[in-house]
Structures are given as structure tokens and as C-alpha cells.
Design a protein around this ligand. Structure first.
Ligand code: ZN
Ligand code: ZN
Length: 232
């Protein structure tokens, strides 16, 4: 699974270490215009907002300077292929999504939980290097056949590779490592891994439920973001 950002960083949030002054936001409301869920007709939930001029991103998404990572828990939007296009000038266009929700056409009443806030309090986001050894262990782990993998995982000490934390770049820890990449709906090129978010949010109840991963992939040439989710 090729990554847009080669190095690997754990996503941390809350009070950043002293001296750190980066324009990265965890949760909060999207800055991009038109970030409206096509099913629910309300502002989408935002996992993060990222200043793309940050050297960490290596100019991969130039000339785009801001990226909101968008999602919605109330409906089916990312239960199939969800793609959006980040446009210059800070606007997004939804390219493809799955219509409806568990409750039919309207947003689910009590999903993911009662009194779900719809969006989460914003806090600074900062990055911590994920050690190379963990990355190497993951590459090895995911190279095993599926049947073999769980067996071997027990002996390899799954703990060593499974931080189950949110991450940008590198090799993510996923329950079901996909054999195929998402494909850009505009030019049909393979997309690259960008980030994964676990259930941890600024609300103690989490984003949705334990064991959930929301994965963001990007095709930089078209500035297309693809999103899917898995649960253990
Ligand atoms: Zn929605
Ligand atoms: Zn494309």
C-alpha cells in the first residue's frame, strides 16, 4: 500500500509540546466551502484540517495549501466509494458517494450514538514520529497470506505493530489490509494512502465505536480524496 507521505507519524492532539506552532487542527468545523454531506445536507464531520505548506507533506499536494479530511457518521456516504475533489480557493466538490442511511433517506436518528454531536471540539494537532522498526514489522506482517496472518500475528506480538492510533503517512495498521487500491474516479490512477483515524476524538465517547478505522487516500495529480472505513 503505497503512501503519499513516506515517513510515518502518529497523530497527537491536545496541548502541543512547547515551541510547536503549526497550523494543524484536529476535529472542529471544516474550513473548505461546500463541505456539506450530500445525504444529510449539513456540514460534514471533520477529522482534521491540515496546512499543506507544512514541510511534513513535502509539497505533494501543491499548489493546494489547505486540506480538510471530511466524513459523516450519520449516513451511508462512505459505505461505498466516497470521493471528493479539493479545489483551489478552498472549496470541495463531492464526486461520488453512497446514497441514503440505515434509516432510509434521512440521517440515522441514534447513530453512531444517542446525542451524537455531529462535529467535535477543535484542538491543535501535532505529529510524533512512528519508529521505523514498527513500520518494518507491519510491512512483514501484511505480506503474509490472509489465513496465515492472524496465526503469525499472535507469535509476532501484535502489540508491537498495532498502536491503533490515528496516523499520517507510512504503513498504517488496519484490520483488513486491502489488496487493491482505491482508484481515482477522474483519471483511474491508483490512489495512495494518506491517513487513518481511529475512534479517539475530543469527545470521551469517541467518533463512533471502538475498533473503527477511517482511511483517507489521495491521488495528488487530480487532488482527489477517497475515504473508506473498516471495523474489526
Ligand atoms: Zn451524512
Ligand atoms: Zn485522477
Amino acid at each position: 500500500m503505497e503512501s503519499l507521505i513516506r515517513d510515518s507519524y502518529l497523530i497527537r492532539w491536545g496541548t502541543p509540546p512547547p515551541g510547536l506552532c503549526q497550523k494543524r487542527e484536529f476535529c472542529g468545523l471544516p474550513r473548505s466551502k461546500n463541505s456539506i454531506c450530500p445525504n444529510c445536507q449539513v456540514l460534514m464531520m471533520r477529522h482534521a484540517g491540515l496546512d499543506l505548506t507544512d514541510p511534513v507533506f513535502g509539497g505533494e499536494l501543491k499548489p493546494l495549501d489547505w486540506l480538510d479530511l471530511l466524513f459523516c457518521w450519520k449516513c451511508n456516504v462512505a459505505h461505498g466509494s466516497f470521493f471528493y475533489h479539493a479545489q483551489m480557493g478552498g472549496e470541495v466538490t463531492i464526486l461520488d458517494y453512497k446514497k441514503g442511511s440505515e434509516d432510509g433517506d434521512s440521517p440515522s436518528e441514534d447513530f453512531p450514538y444517542d446525542d451524537y454531536p455531529g462535529w467535535f471540539l477543535q484542538t491543535p494537532l501535532w505529529l510524533e514520529d512512528l519508529p521505523k522498526e514498527i513500520q518494518e514489522l507491519r510491512v512483514k506482517h501484511f505480506s503474509y497470506d490472509w489465513d496465515d496472518r492472524s496465526e503469525r500475528a499472535r507469535s509476532v506480538s501484535l502489540k508491537a505493530i498495532d498502536s491503533d492510533a490515528s496516523q499520517i503517512g507510512g504503513v498504517p495498521f488496519l484490520w483488513n489490509f486491502p489488496d487493491k487500491r482505491m482508484v481515482c474516479p477522474i483519471c483511474h490512477a491508483d490512489m495512495k494512502f494518506f491517513a487513518v483515524f481511529s475512534n479517539e476524538s475530543t469527545d470521551p465517547r469517541g467518533f463512533a465505536c471502538d475498533g473503527v478505522h477511517v482511511v483517507y487516500e489521495i491521488f495528488a495529480g487530480c487532488r482527489v480524496i477517497g475515504v473508506w472505513q473498516e471495523i474489526d
